[in-house]
Ligand binder design. Structure first.
Ligand code: ADP
Ligand code: S3P
Ligand code: MG
Length: 176
């Protein structure tokens, strides 16, 4: 039963997923890293070379493989917005966890990191609107939301582990 981290850019999916896997001694995949490995280039270069549509196809192809193979998966911010990916995530019957943070905190985290082509190309307002639009999707497809604001990654990992081990109804499987 995989743990799948979803959420907007900069909410900490990659950082927290890796730490969570380490602390649980489980296998980990960062979908963006898998894409970069398969493509043989960085994500910004891939976007520049082939465009977003081709990136989304590769992302979709690798999502299924990653969900089947790994215990803990950090997705990209756009992954759950594609309907084919939503079906793959639902079919995995795992624990889908949305990480969230206020937009200002996200900006502070990723503000000088130009490795995110979507962030780079959007105006401030368009970026804010994208977060709002995508947040509704993440919320629909997750079992639980974790607010990462003002918490360090280790605290977030502890929170996720407490949820997993408590086997509580807070993980609302009915939404899957
Ligand atoms: N809880 C946190 N508090 C502060 N900074 C964080 C936190 N989680 C991640 N970061 C930092 O924010 C940036 C984006 O984190 P990352 O894990 O790449 O997010 P995502 O994969 O969701 O885009 C990185 O520089 C990371 O070190
Ligand atoms: O939001 C998006 O569409 C994207 C988010 C990125 O991942 P992170 O959410 O890990 O930054 C990466 O997949 C790509 O740049 C596209
Ligand atoms: Mg990431």
């Amino acid at each position: 039963m995989p743990v799948i981290l979803i959420g907007f850019m900069g909410t900490g999916k990659s950082t927290v997923g890796r730490l969570l896997a380490e602390s649980m001694n489980q296998s980990f995949c960062d979908l963006d890293e898998l894409i970069e490995k398969e493509a043989g280039m960085t994500i910004p270069t891939y976007f520049d070379t082939y465009g977003e549509q081709v990136f989304r196809q590769l992302e979709q192809d690798l999502l299924k493989k990653a969900i089947d193979e790994y215990d803990i998966l950090s997705t990209g911010g756009g992954t759950p917005t594609i309907s084919a990916n939503q079906k793959v995530i639902q079919a995995a019957m795992g624990r889908t966890i949305k990480l969230d943070a206020p937009i200002d905190e996200i900006r502070a985290r990723i503000g000088d990191d130009m490795n995110r082509p979507i962030f780079k190309k959007l105006s401030q307002q368009a970026f804010n609107e994208l977060k709002e639009k995508r947040d509704a999707i993440y919320t629909k497809f997750c079992d639980v939301i974790i607010d990462t604001s003002q918490k360090n990654p280790r605290e977030i990992v502890a929170e996720i582990k407490a949820l997993i081990y408590s086997n509580t109804d807070e993980l609302n499987y009915a939404s899957l």
